[in-house]
Design a protein around this ligand. Structure first.
Ligand SMILES: Nc1nc(=O)c2c([nH]1)NC[C@@H]1CN(c3ccc(C(=O)N[C@@H](CCC(=O)O)C(=O)O)cc3)CN21
Ligand SMILES: CC(C)C(=O)C(=O)O
Ligand SMILES: [Mg+2]
Length: 256
C-alpha cells in the first residue's frame, strides 16, 4: 500500500519514527523503496551526484527528469520533490506553475520548499489550498548557502525563537511535514513537541519524528566526508575494487 501524507501525521501520534532517504534515479529509488523507506525525497542535493558544488545550479527541468525516473521505481514510499532555487521565490504564480508541473509531469505526491519567512509561508498556504501537498524545510536551507554558509542555525536565543516561529507559521500554512536541518537538538525537540505534523531531522538530533539523509552519503558514494550521515557502507571502495578486478581480467585475457 502506498504511504499517504495523512499516514505520516498519524505515525507521529503513534510515536512511529519516519524513515526518509533521497533518490535521484530509478535504480536507487527501486532499491530503497523495496528496502522499506517510508518517504523518498528527490532532493536538489542530487547536485552532488551530478558533480556540482552547491544545489543552486539544478533546474526545474532536471528535477522533473530525475523525479520521473524515481517515481517509476517506487511502489510504497511517499515521493516528495524539492523545488529548486528560484523556481518558487519570485511570485505565487511561479511557485504554482513549478509545483503544478512537478505533480502533473512526475507523478510525485508532494513538493518541498525551503524557508519559513512570511512570503514563503503565504505561498505555501496558497499551494496547499490548490490541492498541492507541501513539505517545509527550515534551519539550514542550502539554497541560501551564499548568505548562511553551511553552519548550524538557531544557535542564539533570537535565532532559535525565529526558527520556532517559522515552524509554527509553516504548520499554519498547511505543510504536512517539516524538515529540520542542522539546528541544535533541543530546538528540534521543542519544535517537534509544539507541532502536530511530523518533523524530519537531518543534523537535528534524535528528538524529531523521523530522519532523512542523502542516500549517496549513507552508501559511501560521496567524495567528501558527508556532514551528518552515518556511512553504512562504502560503495566507492566496492566499485573501485570491482572495476580494477574487471580491468585486470580483461588485460590478462581472463575475461570473458
Ligand atoms: N551530499 C550531501 N549531503 C548533505 O547532507 C547535503 C548536501 N550534499 N548538499 C546540500 C546540503 C549541504 N549540507 C551541508 C554541507 C556541509 C556542512 C558542514 O560541513 N558544516 C560545517 C560548517 C562548514 C562551514 O562553515 O563552511 C559545520 O560544522 O556546521 C553542513 C551541511 C547538507 N546538505
Ligand atoms: C537533505 C534534504 C532535506 C534535502 O533537502 C536534499 O536532499 O536536497
Ligand atoms: Mg534539498
Amino acid at each position: 500500500m502506498a504511504i499517504t501524507t495523512q499516514q505520516l501525521i498519524q505515525w507521529k501520534q503513534q510515536g512511529r519514527s519516519i524513515v526518509a532517504l533521497t533518490a535521484w534515479d530509478y535504480a536507487i529509488a527501486q532499491l530503497i523503496d523495496a528496502a522499506g523507506v517510508d518517504l523518498i525525497l528527490v532532493g536538489d542535493s542530487m547536485a552532488v551526484v551530478l558533480g556540482y558544488e552547491t544545489t543552486l545550479p539544478i533546474t526545474l527541468d532536471e528535477m522533473i527528469y530525475h523525479a520521473k525516473s524515481v517515481r517509476r521505481g517506487v511502489k510504497r514510499a511517499l515521493v516528495v520533490v524539492d523545488l529548486p532555487f528560484l523556481t518558487y521565490q519570485e511570485s505565487l504564480q511561479q511557485a504554482m506553475h513549478s509545483a503544478g508541473r512537478v505533480l502533473k509531469e512526475t507523478g510525485a505526491q508532494a513538493v518541498k520548499l525551503e524557508g519559513g519567512y512570511p512570503a514563503i509561508a503565504e505561498t505555501i498556504a496558497r499551494l496547499v489550498q490548490a490541492g498541492i501537498p507541501v513539505m517545509g524545510h527550515v534551519g539550514l536551507t542550502p539554497q541560501s548557502v551564499h548568505q548562511l554558509g553551511l553552519r548550524q542555525q538557531g544557535k542564539t536565543q533570537e535565532a532559535s525563537e525565529r526558527i520556532l516561529q517559522e515552524a509554527i507559521a509553516l504548520e499554519q500554512a498547511g505543510v504536512f511535514s517539516l524538515v529540520l536541518e542542522h539546528i541544535p537538538a533541543d530546538l528540534a525537540m521543542q519544535i517537534t513537541q509544539k507541532l502536530s505534523i511530523p518533523t524530519i531531522g537531518i543534523g537535528a538530533g534524535t528528538h524529531c519524528d523521523g530522519q532523512v539523509l542523502v542516500t549517496s552519503d549513507v552508501l559511501g558514494l560521496t567524495e567528501k566526508h558527508p556532514p551528518f550521515a552515518k556511512v553504512y557502507t562504502n560503495l566507492r571502495e566496492t566499485i573501485t575494487k570491482a572495476v580494477q578486478d574487471y580491468a585486470v581480467e580483461v588485460r590478462d585475457r581472463k575475461f570473458p
